[in-house]
Design a protein around this ligand. Structure first.
Ligand code: HEC
Ligand code: HEC
Length: 449
């Protein structure tokens, strides 16, 4: 991708000249192509039973210490795999319809993952990433057999006390001691084994694992199979190939169509891949360079350490990485507000506008976050400015109607709800093998026990 990026860096200047004469469709396509952007293909060869198992696991709170949180508590189909709120809410919270109330406030915004089989790094700080030698780096030693970033990532919420595991001494929703939480933080493997023991005590799961992984002898299924099934489910459900932009690009199954993009969105695309300079960071199939930049997003929420979130620095320890976050992929971005690693911007327009003058946002005394006035600490804002990327601003100043055009282009990246199956929530199983209430469901059901 770095090759594509270096070409892309040259393109805006080339097109600035071409624009004088009017940048035609073929120029735009050439620029998009040079940026390594294409319509991702659909992978239909995944065994159905494995996806089905992943689906059950994703929605089942049995995997959490207190049996109260599932992956789907924070990645709701009805919210397009995000949770619609600035910061994630973990253990102790409650899902009521599409809203999650109460619970531990997490330092970061829940990311809605789409087409992530194409990503080279996951999470806002890339703490799960593919290294140049092909190996996977993660914050904890990975069990053998983990092959993809999505599999590695799915192991982490299970051991995280705030997201799913709970605190030592907790009791679960049935009043039983939380045996996952009493395990030491130094022993992730023991937590994964304990999750596996829970699942294998349930007949529905014993059958589902045997059907999904028929080559594995009974009794030898492990956490690797859990996360493999979850990752396949994520890849299958959250794979978008049918947006207006995909129609414009075309794919091996479909010729490109100039009419697929609304004229305003087309103008936005020309800016995005041209003078607005967005493609310097938002390139590749997901419109992310899988790299890390400090674009001056104001601080909000509890932070990671010492009340602040220094982003990529917490992974690399390199002071130049302070406050840098992964360039977010932009597919479905219009459907997944709020925006940024801490969810400070409620609308797409605010998120785009911020890039035009990040210093101006940081100079503000307060922001409205989710309708609440939040003061910005001037000392933290000054600290953030010290490592601010020089490449955030567009290559020239943009008029308000150009910001409008950019937003229209970003909207053309939204999935056709028919493919995603919304509403009602796609992928939601009517019940899960534990009998616990399906989490993140748009329908409330009484527990069976
Ligand atoms: C309590 C809320 C919560 C729960 C439960 C939860 N997540 Fe997340 N998820 C988040 C937040 C917040 C982030 C961003 C965290 C960060 O970057 O530090 C995230 C990030 C992710 C990402 C990264 C996407 C990307 O593009 O980088 C994936 C994939 C994901 N979660 C899958 C899962 C799976 C699978 C489970 C269950 C095993 C799960 N999540 C459970 C809140 C949650
Ligand atoms: C210097 C690299 C860079 C450039 C150039 C850039 N972005 Fe970004 N963009 C980022 C990073 C990094 C973030 C996330 C920052 C954070 O959360 O702290 C982001 C966030 C966003 C978001 C919010 C996405 C979400 O899911 O939260 C949108 C929308 C966006 N950018 C659009 C644009 C547009 C439109 C342009 C061109 C005007 C642009 N970006 C130019 C790096 C860049």
């Amino acid at each position: 991708m770095s090759h594509a990026r270096s070409i892309a860096a040259l393109i805006p200047a080339v097109c600035a000249l071409a624009l004088a004469a009017g940048c035609g469709e073929s120029d735009l396509r050439a620029r998009i192509d040079a940026a390594g952007v294409y319509s991702p293909g659909r992978n239909d060869s995944v065994p159905r039973a494995r996806i089905e198992l992943g689906r059950l696991l994703f929605f089942d709170p049995e995997l959490s210490g207190n049996r109260d949180v599932a992956c789907s508590s924070c990645h709701l189909p009805v919210d397009h795999a995000g949770d619609g709120q600035p910061l994630g809410r973990g253990v102790g919270g409650r899902n009521a319809g599409s809203e999650r109330q109460g619970g531990v406030e997490l330092p970061r915004h829940s990311i809605a993952p789409f087409n992530r089989s194409y990503a080279q790094s996951l999470l806002w700080d890339g703490r799960v990433e593919r290294l140049a030698d092909g190996s996977i780096r993660a914050p904890v030693p990975l069990p053998s057999g983990i092959a993809t970033l999505l599999e590695a990532q799915a192991l982490l919420p299970l051991i995280d006390r705030q997201e799913m595991r709970g605190e030592a001494g907790d009791v679960d929703v049935r009043g039983e001691p939380n045996e996952l939480a009493s395990i030491s933080d130094d022993d992730p493997r023991a937590v994964w084994d304990a999750v596996m023991r829970r699942l294998m005590a349930i007949e529905g799961y014993r059958n589902a694992f045997a059907t999904a992984f028929p080559d594995v002898p009974i009794g030898e299924h492990g956490i690797v199979h859990v996360v493999r099934a979850i990752a396949l489910f994520e890849m299958r459900l959250w794979e978008l190939t049918d947006t207006a932009f995909d129609g414009f690009l075309g794919s091996e199954h479909r010729p490109p169509s100039d009419d697929a993009l609304h004229p305003l969105a087309r103008r936005g695309a020309e800016l995005f891949f041209g003078d607005a300079g967005c493609v310097r960071c938002h390139d590749g199939p997901l419109l992310s360079d899988d790299a890390f930049h400090n674009i001056g997003v104001p601080p909000f929420g509890p932070g990671k350490a010492g009340g602040i979130d220094e982003g990529r620095f917490l992974v690399t320890g390199d002071p130049r990485d302070r406050f840098a976050f992964r360039t977010p992929p932009l597919r479905n971005v219009a459907l997944t507000p709020p925006y940024m690693h801490d969810g400070v911007f409620g609308t797409l327009r605010e998120a785009v506008q911020h890039h035009l003058d990040p210093e101006a946002t940081l100079a503000r005394r307060e922001l409205l976050v989710g309708g609440v006035r939040v003061p910005i600490d001037p000392a933290v804002a000054a600290d953030i400015r010290t490592t601010l990327s020089e490449d955030v601003r567009p290559l020239r100043s943009l008029a308000p109607d150009e910001v409008e055009a950019l937003s229209s282009f970003l909207e053309s990246l939204s999935s056709n709800t028919e493919q995603f199956g919304l509403p009602p929530a796609a992928g939601e199983p009517p019940e899960v093998p534990s009998g616990l209430p399906v989490q993140g469901s748009s329908v409330e059901r009484a527990p069976r026990f």
